[in-house]
Design a protein around this ligand. Structure first.
Ligand code: CO
Length: 166
């Protein structure tokens, strides 16, 4: 296990399309273990393999709707259905200190595989749905700032983070 370096916007890897995972081997498990450690260390709600410089279709999203965050590994994830709309602030560990207002579906159905290649379906709503969309975009070389309707001002960011601390 180990922390990996999160690459920042400007690195060409973030603009590339990631490849399908075909081997569910020890190398994948080490990658996912490291990604989980890196995500927890950064206190984020999602991390995609290309953000640690690995162009493979693997992401981790955090479900923070309960008391403890629940981390979900999604290998080769695909959104197969979406419903409704949510408009809200979104950030990214690769774009520190930038927040944008992004419109996303309120609910999504994601088909993915686990780290052993076993297929499963995830029904996600609210923040988890947003995280799924955001992380799957990373696998296609898309960053949230390209989708933002506008960016939050420093004051708005301050208000938002103060609100979280309460
Ligand atoms: Co991101």
């Amino acid at each position: 296990m180990g922390l990996r370096k999160i690459i920042r916007k400007g690195d060409i890897s973030l603009k590339k399309k990631s490849r399908t995972v075909t081997e569910f081997n020890a190398r994948l498990h080490i990658l996912l273990n490291d990604m989980l450690e890196t995500l927890k260390d950064a206190d984020g709600v999602g991390l995609a393999a290309p953000q640690v410089g690995v162009l493979r279709r693997a992401v981790i999203v955090a479900d923070i709707s309960g008391e403890e965050p629940k981390y979900i590994e999604l290998v080769n994830p695909e959104i197969v259905a979406e419903e409704g709309e949510q408009i809200g602030p979104e950030g990214c560990l690769s774009l520190p200190n930038i927040w944008g207002v992004v419109t996303r579906p309120e609910k999504v159905t994601v088909k993915a595989q686990d780290r052993y290649g076993e297929p499963f379906t995830l029904e996600a709503e609210e923040l988890l749905a947003r995280a799924c969309c955001h992380e799957i975009d990373h696998l296609n070389g898309v960053l949230f700032d390209e989708l933002a309707d506008r960016f939050l001002s420093e004051e708005e960011i301050r208000e938002m983070t103060e609100g979280e601390a309460e």
